[in-house]
Design a binder for this molecule. Structure first.
Ligand SMILES: [Zn+2]
Ligand SMILES: [Zn+2]
Length: 166
């Protein structure tokens, strides 16, 4: 399973750190992270409609999962300001200069892409609607979320074995 990371104007150093954090968290579940470089944001201004960007990213990324670091304030219609969001196999993340927040929210959005939901434990999948909450949560998954990903991976491997045998 491949995750492509795109960025807009962020430095490659940040992307490399995020890639390393995502690999630490998810490579045990079969995720391979690839840097895909610059993807142009097709809307003007310092704010962007996250729903429009998600649709754009889904088209740009093809069938692989994708995460896009966007140096804009993101708004989701009907919800308001968001730090990141995901739909289908695409996720967008506000390119926060705070490395710790960026890595945790990156792990959080990729967790959604892998099928995880919000979690009430001390866990990177707990929902953070403020920067304080993002700073306060741990940079790792709880045991429940890890078990869910292992079960999902196991099902996927069985499916793969069956489809290659057929
Ligand atoms: Zn979430
Ligand atoms: Zn959890």
């Amino acid at each position: 399973m491949i995750l492509q990371i795109f960025h807009d104007r962020r430095s490659l150093t940040d992307v490399a750190a995020l890639k390393a954090a995502l690999e630490d968290c998810y490579s045990a579940f079969g995720l391979q992270v690839q840097e895909r470089g610059f993807l142009y944001v097709p809307v003007p201004g310092s704010e962007a409609n996250a729903a429009i960007l998600l649709k754009y990213l889904e088209r740009a990324a093809g069938k692989d999962k994708a995460l896009w670091l966007v140096d804009r304030d993101l708004h989701y219609p009907g919800i308001g300001p968001v730090f990141g969001c995901s739909a289908g196999h695409a996720a967008i993340l506000c390119a926060d200069p705070d490395k710790e927040v960026l890595e945790k929210e990156g792990m959080h959005e990729v967790g959604h892409l892998l099928g995880l939901e919000h979690c009430r434990n001390s866990c990177v999948m707990s929902h953070s609607d403020s920067k304080e909450k993002a700073v306060g949560k741990p940079a790792h998954l709880c045991a429940n979320c890890i078990a869910r990903l292992h079960r999902a991976r196991h099902r996927q491997l069985i499916y793969f074995t069956i489809t290659t045998l057929l």
